[in-house]
Design a binder for this molecule. Structure first.
Ligand code: ATP
Length: 373
């Protein structure tokens, strides 16, 4: 016959989806009542009106019935934690998870920056994050492009984040934990902040957000070398930095200045990613260099760093961004996705602290004759 401990054991398999901890470990289980073959589970949510009510009402019965087959009905009674209980939970989470950027944090920071705007920095950040997640890593994505945020639209993550105590929960989208300035301000509203306010906002986006112990936190930086980039470099001096450029000569020159400046701040320049690096013909699979060739290579050489990725100009990339899904998820078999997967492997290989055994990448791109004239 099912007893209290059986049900408690089953509840260990129910995680709070925002805090990523079991409801048992979080002290959310208030009471378990067993009457015959019926079980009532009383759970205290971290906040009243918690948007996750439906989730618990669905998952708790599933887990209990799967573990205790003789149970015929599971009732879920939801209540809210007291202020004191909530502070304890938040305190526990904060103690157990070091802040991203702290020496003891295992989260590897990958800052994605550019010189000029519009070269596809956000596109690379979003698709790299999704590719890292597809390889099995736990990935967060912070949109630090304070004025030009676009990540919420690109990932269809436009809601407001839940705040528990003084801890902000990132949104979950396409397997990523995501947060952007766009989740705090009206979509079309301007962000008219000066240096000190920006510095404070960034400190909060790193320190007061429950990034948990993600393997990677990908940061979409603002273009150029302004206040936000300098503040981030100060907060995250050991971060890896990817420099995105397009094949245009002007983009290359501006990116050179940005790359030199970021290395001066102490960030580790991992390499250059050339985006819009040619157009791959649908029919023949061959690449056509509309914007010239070699810009990424030249930039990498000038900066003394490798060219670690070449992402083609691909209409599916911008279409997917507009539809709220990264191209690597919307088109898993495309050449562009293979390039992003390869880039993700390179990034992992260059982050030795958390290197894991991962499946080998098979590119499978066939060389065929071009018939598109
Ligand atoms: N490889 C690509 N193929 C086709 N379109 C692309 C590609 N990369 C980016 N784009 C498109 O180019 C536009 C600019 O991209 P994105 O917003 O990523 O640039 P950005 O460098 O982050 O810009 P900003 O600095 O202004 O935020 C978007 O419409 C995007 O969909």
């Amino acid at each position: 016959m099912t007893d209290h401990d059986d049900v408690l054991e089953a509840l260990r398999g129910v995680d709070d989806p925002e805090l990523h901890r079991s409801v048992v470990d979080l002290g959310m289980v208030r009471e378990i009542v067993i009457e015959g073959t019926e079980v009532t589970v009383r759970l205290a949510l971290t906040i009243a009106g918690c948007p996750l009510r439906e989730y618990f009402e669905r998952v708790v019965p599933q887990k209990v019935r799967a573990a205790c087959p003789e149970v015929t009905a599971v009732h879920v009674d939801l209540t809210a934690m007291t202020e004191e209980e909530r502070s304890r939970v938040i305190g526990d989470v904060r103690v157990k998870v070091p802040r991203v950027g702290d020496a003891e944090s295992r989260t590897r920071i990958i800052a994605v920056g550019s010189g000029k705007g519009g070269v596809g920095k956000s596109t690379v950040a979003v698709n790299l994050a999704a590719s890292l997640a597809a390889l099995g890593h736990r990935v967060g994505l912070l949109d630090a492009d304070i004025w030009g945020f676009s990540v919420p639209q690109m990932l269809d993550a436009t809601g407001r984040p839940t705040v528990v105590g003084d801890l902000i929960m990132p949104l979950e989208s396409h397997g990523l934990s995501v947060l952007s300035m766009g989740n705090f301000v009206p979509e079309d509203g301007p962000v008219v902040w000066r240096g000190p306010m920006l510095h404070k906002a960034l400190e909060q986006l790193l320190g007061d957000v429950h990034w948990d112990d993600r393997d990677y936190l990908v940061i979409d930086m603002p273009p150029g070398t302004g206040d936000v980039s300098i503040s981030l470099a100060q907060f995250l001096p050991r971060a890896d930095f990817l420099l995105v450029t397009s094949p245009h000569e002007t983009a290359e020159r501006v990116a050179l200045r940005a790359g030199r400046m970021m290395t001066k701040t102490g960030m580790n320049l991992v390499g250059v990613v050339e985006n819009m690096a040619g157009f791959v013909c649908d029919g023949c699979g061959q690449e056509h260099e509309f914007f010239g060739k070699g810009g990424g290579e030249r930039l990498a050489e000038l900066l003394g760093t490798p060219l670690i990725g070449r992402i083609p100009l691909d209409p599916a990339v911008s279409a997917a961004g507009g539809d709220g899904a990264p191209a690597v998820i919307a088109h898993p078999d495309s050449t562009t996705t293979k390039r992003f997967t390869e880039l993700a492997h390179t990034v992992v290989a260059r982050s030795p602290r958390i290197r894991r055994a991962l499946p080998l990448l098979t590119m499978g791109t066939e060389a065929r004759g071009c018939g598109c004239g």
